[in-house]
Design a protein around this ligand. Structure first.
Ligand SMILES: Cc1cc2nc3c(=O)[nH]c(=O)nc-3n(C[C@H](O)[C@H](O)[C@H](O)COP(=O)(O)OP(=O)(O)OC[C@H]3O[C@@H](n4cnc5c(N)ncnc54)[C@H](O)[C@@H]3O)c2cc1C
Ligand code: SF4
Length: 321
């Protein structure tokens, strides 16, 4: 690991200002992703800003009837919160489908959204990777791409976003709250938060330099069955090949977001509209512009079957009125 300096600011505004002062600085929360990347020298920050002492660890109701989740709320605490389990069960289920108990005890809401891809070529510093080293090429395009993206891909990168939690946040229409180094705050709808790779796959979100996530806000709960269905190579402790976050309302309308298929949680308005028509119609709309490789073309039928399983599960799940 490369040497680095460390500071522990007292407020979110101080943290953001500190990040702007030091060009090589990174925030560190649970450290479960960043420290691994530092040990492999994929990330080499010269300065770490430890945000763990900021007062961002509460879950509070909003005036609009939703919930405000502090950036430092641990994944375990968020999944176990009684309000989340009752009103946003898709989020609780997605969190519990991710990582392990020990990791969830450390991992934070903001860190989970910002975790980096699990593409093996990104982790292997002997391989070309436009995300790790812009302009070096993409090892996955001519290599093994079984786990990679099938929609929203580019000629520069076919990586997926690995977070389970983010897929649930997308189906819930969450909003990310931030503070910038100049003290300005802003709210970013989750649909605009993660970027597609285009020709700049190293730019993964719409955050600006030094911008700190302070919270994620959920709107009023949506009634219906909340399902998270994750398909993976092992029964636990594995990232999704395909995952589906679904909310099926009592009148048959619904919303679907899919993980494991794109550089961001994947949701398409036309696919939501097709929920009453069933899994084939939904998958056709979600995957209308799919460009799979020969290695990962199996994900297309797998998406349809995973949606079918989620809709089936919704029928037998107690719904929230
Ligand atoms: C073995 C293993 C298995 C896993 N399996 C899964 C899985 O199945 N599903 C899944 O979803 N995840 C999985 N994970 C990933 C895990 O969920 C993430 O590592 C974790 O959520 C990251 O949170 P953190 O707080 O530790 O982030 P950190 O490692 O501290 O930070 C991650 C990134 O977020 C930035 N950051 C942190 N806080 C802020 C903030 N407030 N504002 C701005 N930037 C910030 C950091 O600078 C860094 O770039 C796995 C991880 C491991 C190691
Ligand atoms: S898919 Fe993206 S992350 Fe993976 S090697 Fe290609 S550029 Fe790098």
């Amino acid at each position: 690991m490369k040497p680095f300096t460390l500071e522990r600011p007292g407020t979110p505004a101080e943290a953001a200002a500190a990040a702007a002062r030091e060009p090589g600085a990174r925030f560190i929360a649970g450290g479960t992703n960043l420290l691994d990347l530092m040990k492999l020298q994929i990330e080499t920050p010269t300065h770490l800003i430890d945000v763990n002492r900021l007062a961002l660890d509460r879950i509070e109701p909003t005036q609009e009837g939703g919930l405000r989740i502090g950036a430092l709320v641990r994944n375990t605490d968020l999944a176990a919160d009684a309000r989340v389990r009752r009103d946003y069960a898709v989020l609780s289920r997605a969190l519990l489908a991710g990582a392990s108990g020990q990791l969830r005890n450390r991992a934070t809401t903001a860190g989970n959204l910002l975790q980096r891809t699990r593409c093996p070529y990104f982790y292997d510093t002997h391989q070309p990777c436009n995300k790790r080293q812009p302009g070096s090429g993409c090892g996955a395009l001519d290599g093994r791409s079984r786990q990679h993206a099938v929609v929203g891909v580019s000629k520069s990168c076919i990586a997926t976003h690995p977070s389970d939690m983010a897929v649930a946040m997308r189906v819930l229409d969450a909003t990310v709250e931030t503070v910038r180094p100049d003290g300005q705050t802003r709210r970013i709808p989750i649909v605009d938060f993660h970027r597609l790779p285009g020709d700049t796959p190293h730019v993964e979100t719409t955050l600006s330099a030094g911008e700190l996530i302070t919270a994620v806000t959920l709107p009023r709960p949506v009634a219906g069955a909340h399902i998270y269905h994750k398909v993976r190579d092992r029964a636990s402790y594995a990232f999704a090949l395909v995952s589906v976050a679904a909310i099926v309302q009592p009148d048959g309308q619904g919303r679907i977001a899919v993980g494991g298929v794109a550089h961001k949680p994947w949701r398409v308005e036309a696919a939501d509209a097709a929920v009453p028509q069933g899994s084939q119609a939904i998958a056709a709309r979600l995957l209308a512009d799919a460009h799979p490789t020969s290695d990962n073309a199996f994900k297309l039928p797998l998406v349809e079957r995973t949606i079918a399983a989620a809709l089936d599960q919704a029928k037998s799940t107690r719904t929230r009125a």
